[in-house]
Design a protein around this ligand. Sequence first.
Ligand code: SAM
Length: 281
Amino acid sequence: VKNDRPSVTAAWVAACRGLYALLPEREQLARDDFGTRFLAAAQLPNVVTRKIFPRRALLYMQVRTRVIDDVMLDFVRSGGRQIVLLGAGFDCRALRFARELEGSTMLEVDHPATQSKKRRVLAHERGARTEYVAWNFESRPLAELPSELARHGHDRTKPTCTIWEGVTMYLTPRAIDETLRCVRDYSVSGSRLVFNYTDRARLDRPSFRDCVGARIVAAVGETFRFGFDPITLGRYLDERGFTLERNAPFRTLAGELLDERAARTTANNRFIAIASRSDPP
Ligand SMILES: C[S@@+](CC[C@H](N)C(=O)[O-])C[C@H]1O[C@@H](n2cnc3c(N)ncnc32)[C@H](O)[C@@H]1O
């Protein structure tokens, strides 16, 4: 991200989620009535919106958001009360699930420029209790984040659900490693971690479509930098205190939520990983 301005990709994905109503009802998996408020920050003229956000992109966001929504709601139903959004962007879960999250706290961690934009745009909305923690993952030591979260009311003795949506691809390997160690440090047994990622092999050997996507994000200063290897992810997480429960490509996830034709249009180089904090030996 650029230091002096809100994340443009955060505005794109929020707007993309917010355009759910362009899809037929059976494909509306995650309704976000706040997302289009960030269209202005997406720096796109409204008339071209439909071209910039093709059906494929809308479906991708519906699947991604829904799978993560379900992990969060499961966690809350089983008694969890703390949710940390790492690289929260313009995620509107605190508003979309205000009722389900009653009694829970959202701790939203993000780059200060993006976070202040979000707070301005949503200033008059009332949702679940939210604490904002401004943090640059690349320049502020992540080892200090657990104590900063604690200052905002996070209780390390209780389980946490950490959502790291749409962020891993933008970070350096060092920030990825430090983030996972930080999540391990503030997560007790019973905690969950969910994130999406790009297959490392597809970053190294991109298709034509991948190249177009990569150029577009690089042009707004948010270069794709990182991908995990889906084969070794389990071991990588295990070494950092997490047990990988599910590691599924988008096609598979889409196949469970959409009809076959719609599922086939979603990206096949992206994955969602769901993990839980391993019990200490
Ligand atoms: C594509 S957006 C995803 C936002 C949100 N999680 C969602 O899915 O709607 C990427 C987010 O990562 C954040 N981000 C990227 N690099 C960051 C960094 N070095 N420090 C803090 N946040 C960063 C951006 O500010 C942005 O909000």
